[in-house]
Design a protein around this ligand. Structure first.
Ligand code: RNT
Ligand code: ZN
Length: 422
C-alpha cells in the first residue's frame, strides 16, 4: 500500500470532520454500506459461454468482444476466479447465475434442468456465505435461433421455453431455501424483429400468456422472487423488441412481480436513475442490472461516471437499499476478466458510499425553501469532498486492498492461474 496506516487514519479523521459539518455521519454511512450485497454476474468470467455446450456461440442480440487470455473453462475455474473478486470487495456479496452454468456429466436439455445440476454452486455459495440469484437462459440455443422464445408463434417452441423458465424458478427456490435468502429469478428474452413488424401486438399477447404460464405456480417469496427485464433493442432486433419497457412495467405491476432495469437497455441518453422513484411508488421491489452502454447496449465495465452516481444516489435518496436488488451486467473479454468484475463492483460500492455521504437533509431544505442557488452550490461542492478518504478507510477496515493494490492481487493471480489457461 502506498499510504501508511496512520496517514490513512488521519485522512479519514479529516474527512469525517468535513462530513460532520454537513450533518453527515460517516460511520453510519459505512455501516449501511456494509450491509449492501451486490449480485456479481457469473457471465463476466467466461464471456457468457456457460458449461452446457462449451464453445457454443453466444446469440440473442448480445455480444462479448475481445480475446484476452484466461477465461474460465469450467465451473471450478469460474468459482476460483470469483473467489478472487469477492476477496477484493468490502462486504459480503451475492452471485447471479445463468442456467447455462449447470454442471452435469451428460447433456441436460434446458426444460429438464433440476436443482441438482447446481448443487456444487449451492455448496460453494453456502461455504462462502453468498446468496444466489438465477436466470433462465433464453438464448444461445437452437430453439431460439430465429430470435423468438416465449413469444414464438409456434406453440411447441413456446412450451419449451415456458418449461425452461418454470425449471429456473424451481432452481431459484432451491437456492433460496438452501441459502436462506430469496433468489431473484430474472427473465430476459431476446424476442424481436430486425425490421418493422406488421403486427406488434400478437407477440406481446403471446408473451403475456407464456409468462402467466411460467408464473402460474406460486412460490414462497422467502425463497424466490420473479423479475422481468425490458429492453429497447438488440443486435438483430433493432426495430422491435416484444418485451419493451411499457410491456414489462404493466406486466410487473399487474402480476405484482419485480421489474428489472438494465442501464444499457434504453435510448443512449436515457438513464435509469430517474425511473427509480416513479417505479418504487407502485412496485415493491426492483432489480437493477448496473451496466454501461457505449453508443449501444455494449455491456462495458461499469465506471464511476455520472450515470452510476445518479443511480446510486436515487437508491439512497429513496431509502431503497432494501427494496432494490443490485446486480451487475456486462461482459468485457478484452481485459483481464477478474479485473473487469472487480473494477465494476468496486465502482458500484464506491458510488453507493458517495450517495450515503450526501447531506440529504440540507439539500432538501434548500429545495423546500426554493433556494436553488444553494442547492446547486452544495451539490457541486460535494463533488470535491474527501470522500475517497472514506472509501480507503472502508477498504482498509474491511480488510480489502486500498487503492490500486487490488491490481497487484489480480496481476499475481493472472501469472499464477489465468496465464496457464489455453
Ligand atoms: C441482455 C440482458 C440480459 C443479459 C444476461 C446475460 O441484453 O441485459 O440481462 O445480459 O442475461
Ligand atoms: Zn441485463
Amino acid at each position: 500500500m502506498t499510504l501508511s496506516e496512520s496517514n490513512l487514519q488521519t485522512a479519514y479523521s479529516l474527512a469525517k470532520e468535513r462530513y460532520a459539518a454537513l450533518g453527515v455521519d460517516t460511520e453510519k454511512a459505512l455501516a449501511r454500506l456494509e450491509k449492501v450485497a451486490i449480485s456479481l454476474h457469473c457471465w463476466q468470467g467466461d464471456d457468457v459461454g456457460g458449461f452446457e455446450n462449451p464453445g457454443g456461440e453466444l446469440s440473442g442480440g448480445i455480444a462479448a468482444t475481445g480475446n484476452y487470455p484466461g477465461k474460465a473453462r469450467t465451473a471450478d475455474e469460474l468459482r476460483k476466479d470469483l473467489d478472487v473478486v469477492y476477496s477484493l470487495l468490502p462486504g459480503s456479496h451475492r452471485l447471479n447465475l445463468h442456467a447455462i452454468y449447470l454442471e452435469s456429466d451428460s447433456k441436460v436439455e434446458r426444460d429438464a434442468l433440476e436443482p441438482r445440476h447446481f448443487s456444487a454452486w449451492k455448496d460453494w455459495a453456502k461455504t462462502n456465505g453468498h446468496g444466489v440469484d438465477f436466470n433462465p437462459t433464453c438464448f444461445s440455443h437452437p430453439k431460439s435461433a430465429d430470435g423468438f422464445t416465449l413469444a414464438h408463434r409456434d406453440a411447441g417452441i413456446r412450451k419449451f421455453w415456458i418449461e425452461h423458465c418454470i425449471a429456473s424458478r424451481k432452481i431459484g427456490e432451491y437456492f433460496g431455501k438452501e441459502l436462506r435468502t430469496p433468489a431473484v429469478t430474472n427473465i430476459w428474452i431476446p424476442d424481436g424483429y430486425k425490421d418493422s413488424p406488421a403486427d406488434r401486438r400478437t407477440p406481446r399477447e403471446l408473451l403475456r400468456d407464456s409468462l402467466d404460464a411460467v408464473l402460474a405456480e406460486k412460490i414462497d417469496p422467502r425463497y424466490n422472487l420473479d423479475a422481468v427485464e425490458p429492453k429497447l433493442f438488440g443486435i438483430g432486433s433493432e426495430s422491435y423488441v416484444v418485451g419493451s419497457m411499457e410491456f414489462y412495467t404493466a406486466y410487473a405491476l399487474s402480476r405484482k412481480i419485480l421489474l428489472t432495469l438494465d442501464a444499457g437497455h434504453f435510448h443512449p441518453t436515457e438513464t435509469i436513475a430517474d425511473k427509480i422513484s416513479s417505479l418504487l411508488i407502485y412496485l415493491d421491489e426492483l432489480l437493477l442490472h448496473v451496466s454501461r452502454g457505449v453508443r449501444w447496449d455494449s455491456d462495458h465495465v461499469v465506471t464511476f461516471n455520472d450515470d452510476l452516481q445518479a443511480i446510486a444516489h436515487e437508491i439512497v435518496r429513496n431509502d431503497a437499499l432494501e427494496r432494490i436488488h443490485i446486480g451487475l451486467d456486462y461482459f468485457d473479454a478484452s481485459i483481464n476478466r477478474v479485473a473487469a468484475w472487480t473494477i465494476g463492483a468496486r465502482n458500484t460500492l464506491r458510488a453507493l458510499l458517495m450517495a450515503l455521504l450526501e447531506p440529504q437533509a440540507i439539500l432538501k431544505q434548500y429545495e423546500v425553501e426554493g433556494d436553488f442557488s444553494s442547492r446547486l452550490a452544495l451539490q457541486e461542492e460535494l463533488k470535491s469532498m474527501p470522500f475517497g478518504a472514506v472509501w480507503d478507510y472502508c477498504c482498509s477496515t474491511m480488510n480489502v486492498p486500498v487503492g490500486m493494490d487490488f491490481m497487484n492481487v489480480i496481476k499475481d493471480y493472472e501469472r499464477k492461474e489465468l496465464a496457464k489457461r489455453a
